[in-house]
Write a protein that binds this ligand. Sequence first.
Ligand code: MN
Length: 268
Amino acid sequence: MADSQSKEASGGVLTGLMSGIVGGGIKVVDLTMTLQPDVPTIVMPPEFGQSWPFRMEEISKYDHRGPFCYWNNLSCGEHTGTHFDAPIHWVSGKDLPENATDTIPVEKFLAHACVVDCSDAAANDPDYLLTIENIEEWEAAHGKIPARSWLLMRTDWSRKADPVAYMNMADDGAHTPGPHEDLIPWLIEERDVIGFGCEAVGTDAGQAQHFNIPYPCHYHMHGNNRFGLPALTNLDALPPQGAILITPPLKIRQGSGSPTRVLALVEQ
Ligand code: MN
C-alpha cells in the first residue's frame, strides 16, 4: 500500500514536470558555450602542462570518405568550454571516495541553483572578488542558500565574444572575477553548497595563483568533495533562487572533468 502510494506520488511529480516542460510552465535554459576552435581554454603558468584546445576534424560528409554520413573526430582537454570539475581534479581531492566523473553518484548531477548577480561590479573591476558580506546581503534579499545548492556567480563575463578580452591575460596572469578566498570555506561549512559555478574560464579568480592558498576555490571545493562549473553562459536568464541545474559530465574512467551540456529548469 505504502509502495503503491509513493509510486503514485512520484509518478505525479514527473508527470507534472513533463507537462510543465511541454506546456511552457517550465523553461529549459541552455547555460552552455558552443564548442568550437576558439572556445576559451584555460592557460596555466608556463612552467606547467597545458590543455589542448578544442579541435574538430571531419571524417566524412556524405562523400567518398563515407557516402552515407557526416561525422567528426574531436580532441580537447577535459576542462574545455563549459565543463564540470570533479574533486579528483585537485590534489586536495585526490584520495576522496567517489571523486571522479565515472564514480560521482549521478543524483549529484541534479541540484538547485542560487545566482548572485555581480555583473555591475565585474564590469567596473575585472579582478572583482565575491565576498561573504556580498552573500549575506544577497540572502537578506532572496533568502538563505539551501543546502546542496550550486552557488553561481553571474558576471556577464561570458558575453565577451573576443577570446582575448574574455581571457584578459597580462604579464601577471589573467584578470577575471571570482570568489574571495574566505568565501569558499564559508560556503562549504555554513551553507553546505554542492559546488561553485561562474562565467569565467575557471572557478577561481584570474589572480588566484597569488592568493594565500593558490586557487582556493579548487583547493577547498574539491578537497571537500564538491564540484566546479566554469565557463557558464546565460546566467542572466536564471532567477536568484529556484532553478534546477542538470550537469552530468561524460563518464570518463577516472576523469577529472569533461565538457558538459549544462541545462537549467526554470519555473515561469
Ligand atoms: Mn576545470
